[in-house]
Design a protein around this ligand. Structure first.
Ligand code: SF4
Length: 351
C-alpha cells in the first residue's frame, strides 16, 4: 500500500489531524519528538504513545518511503546517496562537510524540465514532483547515517540545489522549509538554508512575500541574454529584463544579499570581457557571486572546465569592480561529483 510519508506533515498539520480523530493536543508533540529528536524508524518504537494513536498512524502514514540504493563516500567526507522512492524512481542527496558545519543538498523533483545545457540532471526529464515528506526524509536519512556513525554530528545547513527546480514544486518546497525549521524538530535556522532557482521570476516575487528569511541563490551563468539563452533555455521565456527586477524585489523584501551562481565553462562564459559585463550587470546590488568550476559530464562534451588561470583572471576582474565574490570549494571530486551524475549513470546502466 502506498501510504503518505509522515514527514510531510508540519507540526500544526499533525496536531490538527490527531485532534480531528479524538487525540489530545499533547499527543502530536510526543509523536513529533519521536520522529525528529529520537528519530525512530518504526511507529512501534514510540514507546509512550498510546496504542490507538499508533494504529491510526500506521494505517495512514509511512515512516520510511525512501530506501538506500547506493552510497558513495569521498575522501573529503562528502557522502552521495542514491535513494529509491516507493514508485521505483531514483533521487540523489549529498552530505557535505564544511568548516562551518554539515550541509545536505536535497532533490525536489524526479528529473527536471528546465534543461540547462550543462547539467546531468536536466538530461532526464521530470517524471514528477517530490512530496514534502520525500524531501524531508532525505534529511532524516542523512541524519540517521550520522547517528549511526556515532560522533554526535548534526545536519546544520540545507541547500535546495539537487535535482529539480524547487520553484516548480513551490508548495511542497515551502512546506519542507516549515518542517525543517521547526524549533522542536530538526531546528535548522532559516539563515542556514539556501534555495537555488534557475530564475522563475514570478515565483521569486511570491517567495519574497513569504518573508521566510532563507537565502536565495540564482543560477545566472551568463552576463547577457544571448549567452544565457544558449546555456539555459529558460532565459528565452524569462530574460534578464524580467529576472533582475525580481532579484531586486527579493533583496528589498528580505533585506538580505542574494547569491548569484556562475558556472565557468571554458571559452564560453569565462573570459575577462564576460566578467566585466557581469560586474556591470550586477552594479551596486547586494549580491555575492559564487564562481563554480565546471564538473564535466560525458553527455555534454561541448563544455570543458575552465583552466585555473582563467578562473583567477575572472575573479580579479570582479574584485576590481568591487563585486563580492568567491570561488566555490569543490566537494567529492573523487566520486560522481556533478549534480545528477550518479543518478543518470545508474539509470543508463539499468537500461
Ligand atoms: S541546473 Fe538545476 S534547473 Fe537546470 S536542468 Fe539542472 S537541475 Fe534543472
Amino acid at each position: 500500500m502506498n501510504l503518505e510519508s509522515i514527514y510531510g506533515l508540519t507540526s500544526e498539520q499533525l496536531t490538527t489531524w490527531l485532534l480531528e480523530r479524538g487525540h489530545k493536543k499533547g499527543r502530536a508533540a510526543q509523536v513529533w519528538d519521536w520522529l525528529y529528536r529520537k528519530r525512530v524508524t518504526d511507529f512501534s518504537e514510540m514507546k509512550d504513545v498510546n496504542k490507538d494513536c499508533l494504529q491510526l498512524l500506521q494505517e495512514h502514514f509511512s515512516i520510511q518511503t525512501l530506501t538506500e540504493h547506493t552510497k558513495q563516500e569521498s575522501a573529503d567526507g562528502t557522502v552521495k546517496f542514491l535513494f529509491n522512492l516507493k514508485d521505483g524512481s531514483l533521487i540523489e542527496t549529498v552530505l557535505m562537510r564544511h568548516k562551518y558545519g554539515l550541509s545536505v543538498c536535497v532533490t525536489t523533483q524526479v528529473g527536471c524540465n528546465i534543461g540547462c545545457s550543462f547539467c546531468a540532471s536536466g538530461l532526464l526529464k521530470k517524471d514528477r514532483d517530490l512530496s514534502s515528506g520525500e524531501i524531508v526524509e532525505q534529511i532524516m536519512k542523512v541524519q540517521l547515517h550520522l547517528d549511526q556513525v556515532g560522533q554526535g554530528e548534526k545536519v546544520s545547513h540545507i541547500v535546495i540545489m539537487g535535482i529539480g527546480e524547487p520553484f516548480d514544486n513551490f508548495k511542497n518546497m515551502v512546506d519542507f522549509l516549515e518542517i525543517v525549521k521547526d524549533q522542536k524538530g530538526l531546528e535548522i535556522g532559516p539563515r542556514h538554508i539556501t534555495v537555488s532557482t534557475s530564475g522563475l521570476a514570478e515565483k521569486i516575487y511570491e517567495f519574497a512575500d513569504l518573508k521566510l528569511q532563507v537565502n536565495l541563490a540564482i543560477s545566472l551563468h551568463a552576463p547577457n541574454d544571448e549567452l544565457r539563452t544558449r546555456i539555459m533555455k529558460i532565459n528565452r521565456a524569462i530574460p534578464l529584463s524580467k529576472l533582475m527586477p525580481a532579484i531586486d524585489y527579493y533583496i528589498e523584501k528580505s533585506n538580505r544579499r542574494i547569491t548569484l551562481e556562475y558556472i565557468l565553462l571554458k571559452d564560453v562564459n569565462d573570459q575577462k570581457e564576460h566578467a566585466q559585463e557581469l560586474a556591470e550587470l550586477i552594479g551596486g546590488r547586494r549580491a555575492y557571486v559564487n564562481l563554480i568550476p565546471y564538473n564535466p559530464v560525458d553527455e555534454h562534451s561541448q563544455y570543458q572546465r575552465s583552466d585555473e588561470q582563467s578562473v583567477l583572471a575572472f575573479y580579479d576582474v570582479l574584485k576590481k569592480n568591487g563585486i563580492n565574490c568567491g570561488i566555490r570549494i569543490e566537494h567529492g571530486t573523487d566520486i560522481d561529483a556533478a549534480c545528477g551524475q550518479l543518478r543518470s549513470k545508474q539509470i543508463k546502466q539499468a537500461k
